[in-house]
Design a protein around this ligand. Structure first.
Ligand SMILES: Nc1ncnc2c1ncn2[C@@H]1O[C@H](COP(=O)(O)OP(=O)(O)OP(=O)(O)O)[C@@H](O)[C@H]1O
Length: 302
């Protein structure tokens, strides 16, 4: 299910353009959305989920136009949404909670509902905890309940907003694997601050900054944006202030810094092969090599 976004703008009261004249196409499969705090990711996802109405612009999901009420209804029927802060009822068990959400989604037949809830508890590996109250669940277990509720109606479009924040490494890996397995021929839009999660699951990615698209391409293309801009500097003096420091590790001769900068930040700096995080930083700081067409047609804006 393909998403086509054109000229999309959302201006909140107070004049903040959280999404600003955005053009973006999201194909079937897993698609990553990256951007700093306040870049507009959540607003975009809430528009796609039909929770927030845009100020202007057009969104189609498959054949359905989100600008019409019939279109919104059709999209919402086929949509799973895991928001950043899914409220759960702490006194319900996982099974009761999922049963309740299934009922809200219109799954009236009790037998069908029970079977589906049981299947999903299995999928998210919570069967043995199914009858425990949610208040005792870890962050990762809660996120798995969250993904189970988003998958209840077997949606063709799944939108997940920063699902791995606060999870331990093992839970994070398990969670993102679950998403990849689910994606298949469906569309999964994954928003996150964790660049590595995108690298491990998505083929294509968009980067937002201040509501605008600053990159759209493959994970490899984003990595290449930092080509010739990643450096290793070893020093026992003050930390380098040139470019963006990606990491700092103790070294026999002081500290070893990994730096993204357009040219050698110091004499003796050693060039390194870029990684995805370097590419993201190069693009986010406006230094990425524009090795292919820009994210928006040139000349549209001053
Ligand atoms: N309901 C609202 N009313 C007014 N301004 C809002 C509202 N929601 C978001 N904003 C503003 O819109 C901008 C984009 O916010 P949004 O939450 O969409 O970004 P984000 O990329 O999801 O950020 P984060 O990664 O921190 O969740 C921010 O400047 C934010 O303060």
């Amino acid at each position: 299910m393909r998403i086509e976004i054109s000229g999309l703008t959302k201006t909140y009261r107070g004049g903040v353009a959280a999404v600003d004249d955005l053009d973006l196409a999201v194909p079937t499969g897993m698609f990553g959305l990256l951007g700093a705090n306040g870049a507009g990711k959540t607003t975009l996802m809430r528009i796609l989920a039909g929770i927030v109405r845009p100020t202007s612009g057009r969104v189609t999901v498959g054949e359905h136009d989100l600008g019409t009420s019939a279109g919104r209804t059709a999209v919402q029927r086929d949509l799973g949404y895991l928001p950043q802060d899914l409220g759960v009822y702490p006194d319900l068990t996982a099974r009761q909670f999922l049963d309740y959400v299934a009922l809200l989604k219109g799954m009236d037949d009790r037998t069908v509902r029970r079977r589906r809830v049981g299947e999903l508890l299995e999928v998210v590996a919570l069967t043995e905890h199914a009858d425990r109250r949610l208040r005792g669940f870890s962050g990762g277990m809660r996120q798995r309940v969250g993904i189970a509720q988003a998958l209840l109606a077997d949606p063709q479009l799944l939108i997940v907003d920063e699902p791995t924040a606060g999870l331990d490494p093992e839970e994070r890996i398990r969670f993102r694997t679950l998403l990849s397995q689910f994606a298949g021929r469906r569309t999964v839009l994954l928003s996150t601050h964790i660049v590595d999660d995108i690298g491990q699951t998505c083929q294509e990615v968009a980067v937002l900054a201040r509501g605008r698209l600053i990159f759209r391409g493959t994970v490899e293309e984003l990595t290449r944006r930092a080509k010739g801009q990643v450096w290793s500097v070893v020093t026992d003096g003050p930390a380098p202030t040139e470019g963006t420091v990606v990491s700092a590790l103790p070294h026999d001769d002081g500290m070893r810094y990994r730096i993204v900068a357009p040219s050698a930040p110091r004499p003796g700096a050693r060039p390194l092969e870029p990684g995805l995080e370097d590419g993201y930083l190069a693009v986010a700081t406006g230094r990425g090599n524009a090795s292919r067409q820009p994210a928006s047609p040139p000349g549209r804006r001053p």
